[in-house]
Each structure stands twice: as structure tokens, then as C-alpha cells.
Design a protein around this ligand. Structure first.
Ligand SMILES: Cc1cn([C@H]2C[C@H](O)[C@@H](COP(=O)(O)OP(=O)(O)O[C@H]3O[C@@H](C)C(=O)[C@@H](O)[C@H]3O)O2)c(=O)[nH]c1=O
Length: 183
């Protein structure tokens, strides 16, 4: 597994070793020992999620508040998405900054987003299957969101003229100035 850092302290891009042959490919999509070594400490996942979205769907930016804050290990198994993490750790030198990466069924990349970050993605293919593991259970009262197009965060989503399709709650998500942050 190849590990790439972003300009933010915490998120990691993981590139699993893919064994291709005449049948197709094989890869270890998660290996506890390798993952813990990459992150530098043991991580326990408790939930796996799967969503499917059409082109132009933008889910996010989402997080859960402590004590239900979630680390997420995300990947796209079919299609192509642009995936983004935003640093919401109040004491972080990179508070309010973002990192983005293309994840696809072709590049097999995974993105580790630790607790303390908002997360979202934009679908760039006709459809996309998005799978992720979380370190805490879904807790609806702890859900929080940050506006995807907050000018102070200024994420350069590769929209290319697409009008993103958002959920009702994402349309009215607060700007960074009003969003809940992590102490
Ligand atoms: C996230 C989640 C949702 N749900 C339910 C609640 C709701 O009725 C339905 C759809 O939920 P949402 O609209 O929040 O789904 P979605 O917009 O896909 O939410 C996800 O977005 C990405 C960007 C993330 O980072 C995830 O953590 C998660 O917040 O599924 C669960 O039962 N368990 C879960 O873990």
C-alpha cells in the first residue's frame, strides 16, 4: 500500500496494491495491521456504509459532533468522485482549509478522514458507488453540516458547468463562521 499525505495533518490517501491478471484484479481493500501502521495508531471501525449517486450529486459537507465524531475511510468502487475533507479543528493551524482527491473504481484510491473534519463528495461519472467505514455509529442528533460552497473555504469543486444536486439539509447547511467546530 502506498500512502500519500495531503497539506492537512491527519487525512491520508491510501493506494492499495492491486494484483491484475487475466481474470480481473485482486486487492486487499482493508487490512487492520497495514491501516493502523499508516495512521500511526489503532483504529476501530464499527459501521460500513454504501451509497449510490448520479452525476452531479454532491453529498456534504458532513460530520458528527463529539462524543459521536467519526473517522471515515472512504472509497469509490464504481464511477468517479471528487472527495473533500475540511479541517474543523479549532486549534489546528489549517482550520478551515480543505484537501481534495479523485476517487474512482479505476484508481482504487481510499481517503482516510479522521475525526475533526467535514467530508463531502461530488459525482463526476454517470453514477458512483461510494463505500466507507466509520469509527463511530451513526447518531442522528450529532449530525452537523458545513455549506459546500462557503466562499471562505473556497473548495474548487470540478463542476464544469454542472448544477450540483444536494439534499434539502445540505442546501441550508451553515457557513463556516456559524458551523460547529471541534475543540
Ligand atoms: C449517514 C447515515 C444515514 N442514514 C439514513 C438517514 C437518512 O434517512 C438516509 C440518508 O442520509 P443522508 O442524507 O444523511 O445521507 P448522505 O448525504 O449520503 O450522508 C453521508 O454523506 C457523506 C458525505 C458522509 O460523509 C457520511 O458520513 C454521511 O453523512 O440514511 C442512516 O441510517 N445511517 C447512516 O449512517
Amino acid at each position: 500500500m502506498n500512502i500519500l499525505r495531503t497539506e492537512l495533518d491527519g487525512p491520508l490517501i491510501l493506494e492499495p496494491k492491486v494484483f491484475g491478471d487475466a481474470r480481473g484484479f485482486f486487492m486487499e481493500s482493508w487490512n487492520q495491521r497495514g491501516f493502523d501502521a499508516a495512521v500511526g495508531h489503532p483504529v476501530t471501525f464499527v459501521q460500513d456504509n454504501h451509497s449510490r449517486s448520479a452525476r452531479g450529486v454532491l453529498r456534504g459537507l458532513h460530520y458528527q459532533l463529539p462524543p459521536h465524531a467519526q473517522g471515515k475511510l472512504v472509497r469509490c468502487t464504481q464511477g468517479l468522485v471528487y472527495d473533500v475533507a475540511v479541517d474543523l479543528r479549532a486549534s489546528s493551524p489549517t482550520f478551515g482549509r480543505w484537501a481534495g482527491v479523485e476517487l474512482s473504481g479505476e484508481n482504487h484510491r481510499q481517503f482516510w478522514i479522521p475525526p475533526g473534519f467535514a467530508h463531502g463528495f461530488l459525482v463526476l461519472s454517470e453514477s458512483a458507488d461510494f463505500l466507507y467505514k466509520t469509527t463511530a455509529f451513526y447518531d442522528q442528533p450529532s449530525e452537523a453540516a458545513l455549506r459546500w460552497d462557503d466562499p471562505s473555504v473556497a473548495i474548487t469543486w470540478p463542476l464544469d458547468g454542472i448544477e450540483p444536486l444536494l439534499s434539502g439539509k445540505d442546501v441550508v447547511a451553515p457557513l463556516l463562521a456559524d458551523a460547529r467546530r471541534f475543540d
